[in-house]
Design a protein. Structure first.
Length: 103
């Protein structure tokens, strides 16, 4: 299982601003190791953010996203004390879900 995501969700006027740092190697499948062997592809494919059971962000990623990706987005309808849940799934089927409380 991957390390926990670092998530910050804060009110920015009437919107919730969410910042997420995900711990993931994000290998493209095109690099080679020191012996010249191709390093297999391993990257996050899907990212979903939910608030009160409703999807507020859905993204499909590919191998061109950097190692330990950072994601920032805003949505309407949140209030301090409510939860935002972020889930990612990679091309190996690994999955990580973490949540943050809106402040």
């Amino acid at each position: 299982m991957a390390d926990p995501m670092k998530i910050r969700a804060t009110m920015a006027g009437d919107k919730v601003e969410v910042k997420v740092l995900m711990a993931h190697e994000m290998e493209t499948g095109q690099r080679k190791d020191g012996k010249g062997k191709v390093i297999p592809a391993w990257f996050i494919q899907n990212v979903t953010a939910t608030h009160n059971g409703k999807t507020v962000l859905s993204a499909e990623w590919g191998p061109a996203v950097s190692k330990n990706p950072f994601l920032s987005f805003r949505f309407s309808g949140g209030k301090p004390g409510e939860k935002v849940t972020i889930t990612w799934v990679d091309n190996h089927g690994d999955k990580r879900t973490d949540e943050a409380t809106i402040s």
